[in-house]
Design a protein around this ligand. Structure first.
Ligand code: GDD
Ligand code: MG
Length: 318
């Protein structure tokens, strides 16, 4: 068994304007918030208690996840008045957790099908201080670059470099032995990537890489968010409970539609993410667009590559 921390306090700058009204981890992917996909994966791996480390738009998480009973997991909240950085957030959230089980930390914008249970076992078997999930990517420049030796020990942690020394990157899921988290100063802005990991490696602590190559995606840009949703949708589209769709509507391109929506007659939708409680009027045509929760789209509206909400109508790059 293990406990966990979800890092969900970032501003989601690269996803603007989608993140003007929702924190990045609460954006829907195939009908559910990114965070909910992660909670389901954590629960499957035996995580029984999870702290959501929130800051930006913190108030959006609590009404949705409550105490976690709906997911069979205990959910707690650690709110940072000012963002503490990834390391500061981990230390702050760990104050709500015991010190007798491994702590699994998740970047809040990652969809991953790796076995978290195997990663925890690898960590325990190696008696490691920290075990990082690593994957190989073609272009490592936008990520934390993580070389390892033949035994899987991490030899350096190089956050976002122009000339990556390896294609092996930090995939944003860490297992910490609890005493290691206590080394991070409390109430201070700290980057786990730029400060904590390099310092642990330099001081000879046992930092391991758990390397594998299953499905993995950071949904931190509009294009990636749409890809993540399409990847999870099987067939032309999927719709959540309580949604009604006119028989002559044409929906394609891995579109996802949230709960309790109404899709009018003659509507065409291609490659869209549609939130909950959305109404799309007759004859509307939408492609490559994100329709936020609760939006009413008037009959006949035509939009391509737009963000639509009750208040905003802005172009996006997908
Ligand atoms: N609570 C809290 N407080 N959360 C934060 C803060 C903070 O101050 N800053 C960032 N986060 C959260 C974000 O909400 C996000 O879920 C996660 O930490 C990672 O931040 P990103 O902004 O998405 O980082 P990145 O994608 O540029 O890089 C990170 O992820 C890569 C893998 O996707 C790094 O960890 C890289 O090393 C890694 O390769
Ligand atoms: Mg990210």
């Amino acid at each position: 068994m293990a406990v966990g921390i979800l890092l969900v306090g970032g501003f989601g700058t690269r996803l603007k304007p989608l993140t003007d009204e929702s924190p990045k981890p609460m954006l829907p992917v195939a009908g559910l918030p990114v965070t909910e996909h992660q909670i389901l994966a954590a629960k499957k791996a035996g995580v029984h208690t999870l702290v959501l480390a929130t800051s930006y738009l913190a108030e959006i998480f609590t009404p949705y996840f409550g105490d976690g009973a709906k997911w069979g997991i205990k959910i707690l909240y650690a709110v940072e008045k000012e963002p503490l950085g990834t390391g500061g957030a981990i230390r702050n959230a760990a104050e709500l957790l015991g010190r007798d089980e491994p702590v699994v930390v998740f970047n809040g914008d990652v969809l991953s099908r790796h076995s978290i249970a195997d990663q925890i076992k690898f960590h325990t078997d190696n008696k490691a201080d920290v075990t990082l999930h690593l994957i190989d990517v073609e272009d490592a420049r936008a990520f934390g670059c993580v070389p390892t030796d033949a035994d899987g020990r991490v030899t350096a942690f190089l956050e976002k470099m122009d000339n990556p020394v390896t294609n092996s990157i930090n995939a944003g899921c860490y297992v910490f032995s609890p005493d290691v988290i206590d080394k991070i100063p409390l109430g201070t802005v700290v980057s786990v990537e730029r400060e904590t990991f390099p310092a642990l490696v330099a001081s000879g602590r046992s930092v391991f890489g758990y390397k594998e190559q299953s499905y993995w995606l950071d949904v931190g840009t509009p294009a990636a968010l749409f890809k993540g949703s399409r990847d999870l949708v099987e067939g032309d589209f999927q719709a959540m409970a309580g949604t009604t769709i006119a028989p002559d509507a044409v929906i394609t391109g891995g579109t996802s539609i949230g709960a309790r929506c109404t899709i009018g007659a003659g509507v065409h939708i291609d490659d869209c993410i549609i939130g909950d409680d959305v109404m799309i009027g007759d004859g509307a045509r939408l492609s490559h667009s994100f329709i936020a929760h609760g939006t009413a789209v008037a009959a006949g509206v035509q939009k391509s590559a737009h963000y639509l909400s009750q208040k905003l109508d802005l172009p996006i790059i997908v």
